[in-house]
Design a protein around this ligand. Structure first.
Ligand code: SAH
Length: 230
């Protein structure tokens, strides 16, 4: 059983790499994949970089080249639904691309030729990840549900409100998850994702995001991954 651990940013990945004693670096497609073990389990850890295309390429390489059996994403996101606040943890049950719109040919948000807009994460892997997040961060509020992705850092209250009214069940917004969910759907590879809320995707998002990533995010990712594989 080989598990891929994917992050979007260096701060998140480096704390995971610190738990891997024997990793060796393999360069593919301009990325560095760290192949090794974490708590004795086979792991490939990688920095996807930011955005949907970068995330999709990374997922495809993990599956085709590294033959991973499952993909787990860990990172940060902006809170969208009321009550999803900085420091909370969101475990995704499904993903949608909020910036995908081929209407009127296809319904808004629908991925053309898939006949669907929402891609579910793997139920049992998601349960395991939620359990791990609860063990690792017992004081954090945990939410489960829809996470939306798009190639935009949502950093105005106006845009956040617009997303909230268009997609009332969206818990959080980020820039990679829906892309990995689509690739994993294509290949039939189980996928789960956990995001700590770094900001409220509002006018203060940029400042909150930078502080959170610097001070908190890396510790959260490592703690959850450790609980998940331990
Ligand atoms: N200006 C930032 C850019 C990072 S983009 C920087 O200095 O590095 C934000 C990253 O965190 C993405 O990987 C995305 O998945 C996640 N994220 C956190 N808050 C977000 C928000 N409000 N909107 C979109 N993505 C967000």
């Amino acid at each position: 059983m080989k598990t891929a651990i994917v992050s979007a940013m260096q701060e998140e990945l480096s704390s995971v790499l610190a738990l891997m004693p024997d990793e060796h670096k393999v360069a593919v497609g301009g990325r560095e994949f760290f192949d090794g073990h974490l708590h004795g389990r086979e792991v490939v850890a990688v920095l996807a970089r930011i955005g949907k295309v970068a995330a999709a390429t990374t997922a495809a390489v993990l599956i085709e080249r590294f033959k991973v059996d499952r993909i787990v994403f860990t990172g940060v996101a902006g809170g969208i639904a009321p009550g999803v606040n900085v420091g909370d943890v969101v475990v995704a049950e499904s993903f949608l691309q909020h910036d995908l719109d081929a209407s009127p040919i296809f319904p808004k948000y629908e991925v053309p030729l898939y006949g669907m807009s929402r891609f579910a994460t793997d139920a049992s892997l998601t349960q395991q990840l939620a359990d791990a997040a609860r063990r690792a961060l017992p004081d954090a509020k945990l939410h489960r549900g829809l996470v939306i992705s798009g190639d935009r850092f949502v950093a105005t209250s106006a845009e956040s409100r617009a997303l909230q009214s268009a997609l009332p069940d969206a818990l959080a917004v980020e820039m990679e998850g829906a892309a990995i969910a689509q690739v994993c759907h294509d290949y039939g590879v189980p996928f789960a994702a956990v995001r700590t809320i770094s900001d409220r995707a509002d006018d203060a998002a940029h400042v909150d995001f930078l502080l959170f990533v610097r001070d908190v995010a890396s510790g959260h990712s490592a703690a959850i991954v450790e609980a998940f594989l331990g």
